[in-house]
Ligand binder design. Structure first.
Ligand SMILES: O=P(O)(O)OC[C@H](O)CO
Length: 414
């Protein structure tokens, strides 16, 4: 048997999904054995894979979050392009089979898709409907001002540690916020059209959001929930009745929330022209590492074909909240009547296709993005702690980010 190691970052219900996929594939044939191993958060998993590659013992497959894409794309010798691997192994792989937002995100300028789409998501606003009822909030908030009002009422109704919050702060407050308001995160279509890009997310609308949050943090109408998804449990426990985070949070919400919930579209500022625009994808894709043997690549290719099966994709979407990935799986779920019964489960798909994407909302691709998210988070944290004005914090996030981009340009092996 040929062993295939798969490193991933999935916890809770999504961890069960990964283990089940590996077990089902292993049971479906006897030549290959996929061994799934949890390696910590997305940044931890990426760092572990880079370290293992340098030490000569990289796994076969690594799940890399969307913002690690530029890093992986530029690591030429370290990765095996998925299209090439599939072709050599005689397995079908058609980038056009995927939702356009996904294909665009993971393809090079030449149209080559280097990684295998796996768990793509978008950001939604999770709401605790029981809490809204208790606080006399008649409708699910649509705009940021509505969210602030709802947060105040929720706080008054007893949710005094957290009226509303967001997980993945830089993803929510900077990246998705920019796309959803048709504002540039950076030049050159947010880096998709070239590495020589400059960050632009210190606009008046960005400053307004941070200013509003700083004010609401004082009495915890808004309460900060960290840089990643480590505090998503604040929603399922009932502590924070409104939380912006991934659609892929569904499995954990379903398993743990003891209240009625819904996944609503992200809020927007109605006075920003063109808002809401469209959201961008999140989640992760599977990267194949370089330097493996032909039989190993054959096994990985067969595993990817197994993962692409339309029924399997449809089921994954329904159970996890991640996107159906392929057009065929999306059509299948639509035809089944699932969204008629559970309209909010289509929210992330509707956000992604809300309008024809612009240069500001096709996606993003920045080198050193993992480090940049930490810097951006530090600046958001400084503003929330009252150490810097929101304008200064975002100006600093932009200038520190730009310096990091220039460093990436100098060192990237392209
Ligand atoms: O929770 P996920 O897997 O949808 O990922 C969220 C963000 O896109 C991570 O960068």
């Amino acid at each position: 048997q040929t062993e295939i190691q798969w490193w991933h970052a999935m916890t809770g219900a999504n961890n069960d999904v990964v283990n089940k996929l590996a077990a089902d594939f292993n049971a479906s044939q006897s030549e290959y054995k996929v061994t799934a191993a949890y390696k910590g958060s997305y940044p931890d998993t990426l760092n572990a894979a880079i370290a293992a590659f340098r030490a000569g013992n990289a796994p076969h497959i690594v799940q890399v979050f969307e913002v690690g894409t530029a890093t992986m794309m530029s690591a030429k010798g370290a990765i095996k392009p998925v299209g090439q691997m599939m072709q050599e192994a005689g397995e079908k792989f058609d980038p056009k089979a995927y939702l356009p937002a996904i294909t665009g995100y993971y393809s090079t300028a030449k149209g080559e898709m280097l990684s295998f789409p796996f768990n793509s998501s978008s950001m939604v606003m999770w709401v605790n409907k029981d809490a809204l009822k208790k606080a006399n909030v008649a409708e699910i908030p649509k705009t940021w001002p509505d969210v602030f009002e709802a947060g105040k009422k929720l706080k008054a109704a007893g949710y005094d540690k957290c009226g509303f919050t967001v997980a993945w702060s830089p993803w929510a407050l900077i990246e998705q916020f920019s796309a959803w308001h048709n504002l540039p995160l950076g030049t050159k279509a947010n880096g998709l059209d070239g590495f020589d890009t400059e960050l632009k997310f210190n606009s008046p609308a960005h400053v307004k959001l941070l200013t509003d949050l700083v004010a609401l943090q004082k009495d915890k109408t808004y309460d900060y929930s960290g840089r990643g998804n480590e505090n998503e449990g604040r929603f399922t426990s009932g502590e924070c009745p409104i939380m912006l985070t991934s659609s892929g949070f569904y499995g954990n919400v379903k398993a743990n929330a003891k209240f009625e919930f819904a996944a609503a579209p992200m809020p927007y500022y109605p006075d920003v022209k063109g808002a809401p625009q469209n959201s961008i994808i999140g989640g992760a894709s599977l990267w194949v590492m370089g330097g493996k043997t032909a039989p190993e690549y054959k096994g990985i290719a067969k595993f990817f074909t197994f993962l692409s099966d339309t029924d399997r994709q449809a089921k994954l979407h329904v159970e996890s909240g991640y996107l159906p990935i392929t057009l065929a799986a999306y059509e299948k779920v639509k035809a089944s009547g699932f969204y008629n019964q559970f309209p909010d489960r289509e929210t992330p798909l509707k956000e992604l296709t809300n309008k024809e994407p612009t240069e500001n909302s096709r996606g993003l691709r920045f080198g050193n993005m993992v480090q940049m998210r930490d810097m951006w988070s530090e600046e958001i944290e400084a503003a929330l702690a009252g150490k810097k004005s929101p304008q200064q914090a975002l100006d600093d996030a932009v200038s520190r980010g730009n310096a990091t981009l220039r460093q990436f340009e100098r060192t990237a092996n392209r």
